[in-house]
Design a protein around this ligand. Structure first.
Ligand code: BGP
Length: 468
């Protein structure tokens, strides 16, 4: 087995529909839970975003200039089925048809996420993922997507960050906050989403036998804050709940023992109906995609209950009384939003996932959120001197290369994000893109595109690698 990045390595970049497209109610699109979620005060909504819906041709031209081999984006369910099921909205099909063709014209491989947080509101009103009918609606939606685009799309991602929808649903705008026993309900939703995913993997095998499909959770290495055995145990338990509960089911078709025990202790086990375990069996994906931004550190529980449904720091507000408590890792620096920067943790995560599942890996998100400033560069052009982003990505790519040398099979790397877009809950001033979009939180300005310094750096990385 080659211990280097392959010549066909998919150097790419990512976005998601609701964070980049805008045009939230255009051409027959229906509302999603995101369109109606409460927004964090002081930050923009998702109505216009980067207006990619109207500017995708200009954007894809820039992606081609950047040298992307692949572009990972999501399809908005409510553009295809405005109410989640029923009549197809032809304008939605036409939009993605045209976007996919545009990518292929430039030789960019479309890497398509089927569902990235934006559940149709009409389905949410009927119980969302808590209602088993949503599983059928999802399968029908995916069947339509496969029928229309399967002749040109070779790579599919099932559900983006299902594990985060369970752990941080409120911050992501995906959780119904009116639920009486939210955590129990969430683990039932989790079970239903797992059933939906398994069926979609099987559907893909059936109708698109040459395509490849995989899940896209957010997976991170979890450290114990000390070598105290109980801290190590706490880290082990949190890994099972955060990472392996989801992936063990996606790959092995079984519930992780440690995570299941935790659910039992809490009274949060889902109802498993007759036939469910058969559906979940034999649905292993072709690859594992995962998103990685930061590692996490925990200690044994201090006994305090952690308030659920927070919208604050995603990493410091995790914890389960009696099991684990989040802790700052004093060995790591944090970014402007308090997320710890840990490239070595990235290598470890790659090693852990590969070692456990022995499936090819692709990184579908990794990147640095920062407050960028548009300034004139040495040539007098407007740009962003985002050396901090270059450093972040350089270090992560370096660690990915080392993991590859150690035997981990990685076939692609797609930083978040191809172009500036709106963060899940921290607005558009938290930027990740290689391309700057000229707008503020509440002033849309001209939405003009400017290539950042990191754009030219990544262009160089891709062209050098492709030649080797
Ligand atoms: C992941 C999501 C993305 C994204 C990214 C950055 O969790 O899949 O949708 O936005 O994180 O997070 P944030 O926007 O919260 O900074």
């Amino acid at each position: 087995k080659s211990r280097q990045l392959t010549p066909h390595f998919l150097w790419g970049a990512s976005t998601s529909a609701y964070q980049v497209e805008g045009a939230w109610d255009k051409d027959g699109k229906g509302l999603s839970v995101i369109d109606l979620a409460n927004h964090t005060e002081g930050v923009t909504d998702f109505k216009v975003c980067s207006d990619h819906y109207h500017r995708y041709k200009e954007d894809i031209k820039l992606f081609a200039e950047l040298g992307l081999k692949t572009y990972r984006f999501s399809i908005s369910w409510t553009r295809i089925y405005p109410t989640g099921r029923g009549d197809i909205n032809k304008a939605g099909i036409a939009f993605y048809d045209s976007l996919i063709n545009e990518l292929l014209n430039y030789g960019i491989e479309p890497f398509v996420t089927l569902y990235h947080f934006d559940l149709p509101q009409a389905l949410a009103e009927q119980g969302g993922w808590g209602n088993r009918e949503t599983i059928d609606a999802f399968i029908e939606y995916v069947r339509t997507v496969f029928n229309h685009f399967g002749d040109r799309v070779k790579f599919w991602l099932t559900i983006n960050e299902q594990n985060m929808m369970i752990l941080h649903g409120n911050a992501l705008g995906t959780q119904d906050t009116s639920l009486a026993d939210p955590m129990k309900a969430l683990y039932q939703e989790n079970h239903h989403m797992l059933l939906a995913q398994a069926q979609v993997v099987k559907l893909c095998r059936q109708v698109l036998p040459t395509a490849k499909i995989g899940p896209a959770p957010n997976i991170v290495s979890i450290y114990p804050a000390s070598s105290h055995p109980e801290d190590i145990l706490a880290a082990n338990t949190y890994s099972a709940i955060r990472n392996w509960l989801y992936l063990d089911m996606a790959v092995f078709g079984r519930y992780n023992t440690i995570a299941w025990n935790f659910l039992e202790c809490r009274g949060w086990t889902p109802t498993i109906e007759k036939g469910d375990m058969e559906i979940l069996a034999n649905a292993a994906p072709d690859f594992i995609a995962f998103n990685y931004y930061t590692s996490q550190t925990v200690t044994r529980s201090s006994g305090e209950e952690v308030e659920k449904g927070h919208t604050g720091d995603q990493h410091l507000t995790v914890g389960e009384s009696g099991f684990y408590t989040a802790s700052r890792n004093t060995h790591l620096k944090v970014n402007e939003f308090g997320w710890e920067v840990d490239p070595v943790g990235f290598r470890m995560t790659l090693r852990e996932i590969y070692d456990r599942y022995q499936l090819p890996l692709i990184v579908t998100e990794n990147g640095l959120g920062a407050f960028d400033e548009l300034v004139k560069d040495e040539q007098g052009n407007l740009s962003v001197e985002d050396n901090y982003r270059i450093d972040f990505l350089r270090q992560h790519i370096e660690q990915m290369r080392l993991a590859t040398e150690e035997g981990v099979e990685v076939f692609g790397f797609c930083p978040w994000s191809a172009i500036d877009l709106v963060s899940t809950h921290q607005g558009c001033s938290k930027r990740y893109g290689f391309i700057y979009v000229n707008r503020d939180e509440f002033d849309l300005k001209d939405l003009a595109r400017y290539c950042k310094k990191s754009f030219y750096w990544y262009q160089q990385v891709i062209s050098t690698e492709a030649k080797e």
